[in-house]
Ligand binder design. Structure first.
Ligand code: CS2
Length: 506
């Protein structure tokens, strides 16, 4: 039985494993982070570790909060918050390479559901200066198509009535800020690191909308004193598998219950708008501070996240398992390259073609990483929360300009086709989505409409019902071009299968 990775075993790790060189006993908690998942631990927590190592400013320890599940807390508490980041890729000889770094910036992990008041107390801690989030797109209790708060969300309704025991991200933030103001503490920065367009702006509007229902003077205090910088994060972080744990334990000589994996590439762009200071995140090339993150967000959401989702749904429906398998399927690679070059890149005005060509080449190389299997089902989840900013925004813009949307709409059709829960190998998959039940009803309604129509009209009736689902598509269902294109691609996927449907769209 191996001993555990912790403060005591840290000094005995092999010399080729990077580890914190600062005195962790001097760390103080300057950051409360909601959503302490692998994505955060493979980017912000690592960059914070580097920043403290480079600057010597140890006031940026991270108090991690898992909203629901205790697994991360249970894994990291016996490890004194320590965990391993394994950066993996393949060398020029095709051999897998792995660099291990033990990260020391996480001080403690709490579970909000178990003790929400303790989380509010941490947000109202005098040393807390940043509250950051990676709660995924579904964690904002918002309607993806509009960005508005879902007032019928059960957790939002609960939190309006239970200020001391909030359950939602927005409720926790607002009631934590209320406690902060009540104690006369200075304002903080709320930093979203999730894949939303204008993630800081969206977070600000959701927080202010909720606060307005709580106390109008609180709304004014938040609006005038707290900051909500937009940011863009780009690093591929596949879910950790048991064989990763075993391999890493073999290299460390101690057990790490939850190491995280990442690619070598990391791009973190943040608007430099902090109410109470920030770590030197730009030290050692971790983050880039800018005045306006919008162009970087737009580039990433459209040229990385959109193609990522397209390949996930097409590949999963083919019965493939990983992103590398999907992008190494010639017809899928040709399709996604054409979609990026012909339909996405032209919407990214102001960025030189050479830059976009390199960006596309690098994206395809990154997702082909043979040393970092990225499960398609991980990317395919929560499509209702992802497609608006990854694909539908681009479609809207091209429709307004009277430009072609065929390849983009095929990706949307692929999501809707994927929602049937079956692949072309006869396999089935579960649908993980916060509104999965509503989507299932939507598909049923679409089939009823198709069966009620004449054979010649069935496909269009099906696509019309689907496209008019406003929580995801907003007003796109009113576009005859979009519905017509969706009809064509949905019918091709149903009748011809993925390969031939994609060949027809390249
Ligand atoms: C992926 C992202 O799971 C997904 O939806 O598309 O997590 C993606 O790997 C990252 O955004 C890359 O920066």
């Amino acid at each position: 039985m191996l001993e555990r990775l912790n403060t005591e075993s840290l000094p005995r790790l092999p010399a080729d494993v990077e580890k914190p060189s600062y005195d962790r006993s001097r760390l103080t908690p300057g950051i409360v982070h909601l959503g302490l998942g692998a994505f955060h631990r493979a980017h912000q927590a690592v960059v914070t570790d580097q920043a403290m190592q480079a600057s010597g400013d140890l006031s940026w320890g991270i108090l991690g909060v898992s909203l629901r599940r205790p697994a991360t807390r249970d894994a990291l508490t016996p490890q004194d918050g320590l965990y391993t980041l394994a950066v993996r890729d393949a060398g020029p000889d095709g051999q897998e390479r792995e660099q291990l770094r033990v990260v020391g910036s996480v001080l403690r992990v709490m579970v909000a559901d178990e003790d929400p008041n303790a989380v509010l107390e941490r947000i109202a801690y005098p040393q807390t200066r940043i509250v950051s989030l990676t709660v995924t797109e579904k964690g904002y209790s918002h309607e993806p198509a509009t960005g508005h708060l879902c007032w019928d969300d059960p957790d939002i309704l609960h939190d309006l009535e239970n200020p001391l025991r909030p359950r939602s991200t927005i409720g926790i933030l607002v009631h934590g800020l209320a406690l902060r103001r009540e104690r006369g503490l200075p304002p903080v920065t709320l930093l979203s690191c999730d894949n939303l367009r204008g993630n800081g702006d969206i977070l600000r509007s959701l927080v202010l909308a909720f606060a307005l229902r709580v106390d109008v003077t609180l709304t004014d205090w938040i609006d005038r004193h707290c900051t909500f910088p937009n940011s863009m994060v780009d690093r591929i972080v596949p879910v950790t598998q048991d064989h990763d744990r075993q391999r890493i334990a073999g290299r460390l000589g101690v057990e790490d219950a939850w190491p995280v994996l990442g690619e070598p590439y990391l791009n973190w762009v943040i608007e430099d708008k902090f109410a109470a200071g920030r770590p030197a995140w730009d030290a050692l090339g971790g983050a880039t501070f800018v005045r306006n993150a919008a162009p970087y967000e737009r580039l990433k959401l459209r040229m990385v996240s959109g193609p990522h989702s397209a390949l996930a749904y097409l590949g999963a429906t083919l019965g493939l398992q990983t992103m590398a398998e999907a992008v190494n399927t010639p017809v899928l690679r040709a399709y996604v390259e054409a979609m990026m070059r012909e339909e996405i890149a032209p919407t990214l005005r102001g960025i030189p073609d050479a830059g976009l060509e390199e960006y596309r080449r690098r994206f395809l190389e990154r997702i082909s990483n043979p040393a970092l299997p990225h499960p398609l089902k991980q990317i395919a989840m929560d499509g209702s929360q992802k497609l608006p900013q990854r694909l539908l925004d681009t479609i809207r813009e091209r429709l307004r300009a009277g430009q072609d949307i065929q390849r983009l709409t095929l990706a949307v059709a692929a999501w809707l086709h994927y929602l049937r829960g079956e692949n072309e190998q006869g396999g089935r998959h579960d649908i993980h989505d916060p509104i999965a039940a509503r989507l299932a009803k939507l598909l049923s309604r679409a089939e009823v409409a198709a069966r009620a129509a004449s054979p010649a009209q069935a496909a269009q009736r099906r696509a019309t019902v689907l496209a008019r689902f406003k929580p995801v598509f907003g007003n796109l269902g009113d576009s005859t071009e979009f519905v017509s294109s969706l009809t064509t691609h949905l019918e091709a996927l149903r009748e011809l299968g993925v390969i031939r449907a994609v060949q027809a769209a390249i």
